[in-house]
Design a protein around this ligand. Structure first.
Ligand code: FES
Length: 173
């Protein structure tokens, strides 16, 4: 598949693979793909895992999956857009993904979510009416040592208290 990509797309794939190498969530996703022996028929499984890890399926993530599974990007986009349970780009200008995996939950992620819901009046999966903030949840993003972790616009942020999270979101609104 890679051989059929234009050089512009190949450059983008290279850039994605480069930054993916620094983000533990991509490593966890790769282990998951390996578990399925990079089989093409495991694509839906892999997309589920990716959404669990990232909260939503952004373009670069789909490109990463297409490169690693050696599937055409069009196929990966096609499947991700076909099923309603996959979330592509959130509608808000900013994205807040609260990890609700066990370690984060034990350290108070539920309180973080509750405080956010209380402060900005949206539930996970929703976007504020001013389209500034989309709130999402993920399951274990591979940062258990710094739980509870929240990802603000792609930046994994350690040990977030309810007040920290609300303060960050208020800055965006
Ligand atoms: S449970 Fe949140 S990073 Fe692992």
């Amino acid at each position: 598949m890679i051989a059929t990509l234009t050089s512009k797309k190949l450059k983008r794939v290279d850039a994605v693979l480069e930054y993916a190498s620094k983000d533990k969530r991509f490593k966890i996703l790769e282990v998951h793909m390996k578990k399925h022996q990079h089989r093409h028929d495991a694509l839906i499984e892999v997309l589920h895992k990716a959404q669990e890890l990232f909260g939503y399926l952004e373009d670069d993530l789909l490109l990463f999956i297409s490169a690693k599974l050696a599937l055409p990007p069009s196929r990966v986009y096609g499947v991700a857009t076909f099923y309603h349970f996959f979330t592509l780009k959130p509608k808000g200008a900013h994205t807040c993904v609260v990890c609700m995996g066990t370690a984060c939950y034990v350290k108070g992620a539920d309180k973080v979510i509750a405080a956010i819901q209380d402060a900005i009046r949206i539930k996970p999966g929703e976007t504020t009416p001013d389209k500034q903030v989309s709130l999402l949840t993920a399951r274990c993003i591979g940062a258990c040592g710094i739980a509870p972790a929240v990802v603000y616009d792609g930046t994994v942020t350690p040990r977030q208290s309810p007040a920290d999270a609300v303060a960050q979101l208020k800055k965006w609104m």
